[in-house]
Design a protein. Sequence first.
Length: 215
Amino acid sequence: MEDFYSIQNLTDANLFQEILARFVPDGATILDAMCGKRIFWRKIAQDKYRVIYNDLRLKIEADTYLDFLDYPEEEKFDCIVFDPPHIAFTKTSLFYAKYGSTTELGKAKSLGELLDLAPAKFLQLLRPSGIVIAKVFDDRKSGELVPAHAKMLKNMQKNFILEDLIIKSSVQQKEAQKNWNSGRKPRKNSIPAHSYFMVFKKRDTPLESVYFRRR
């Protein structure tokens, strides 16, 4: 793919491969903060980057099992991959091991709180000009849209520059239900769905500092 578009219907693995190729150099040290089943990494050669896989769930194959918000500051990374859970799956759900659950986010009591606290942790763990690749879903509660991507953008703007935002489009609801192999249909509000891949670069100077110096 010669050009990088803002709307894609690629799989997560293919789209993630495109993002890494564009923004993260070979040999970079990367922290996958909530790696799960490593779906993003299916198209990436194992020796292309130095990747530390982290997850809270002990049954997940990972290198470390830490609350991301408590990750040791001594370790520094060129890139952090941030793909938090967005649905409250139970431990008996088929999707719990794959996607995690918003009921288990460590010290953060909700996804919204995690999105509030994560930017400060990114600053601690990233090297200068470090990159954050974040994936978030918007959701609906009581019939109203909860724009997680807008919250993420707002929280990141002080210390990070938005390098790219890619909307990943999903298949339409009827098609998704037809191919739902387990016989269970997704929630009405979950599909048709789309997610946001956002790429941020660490600022040299916080935005407020630049603003007040220029006045």
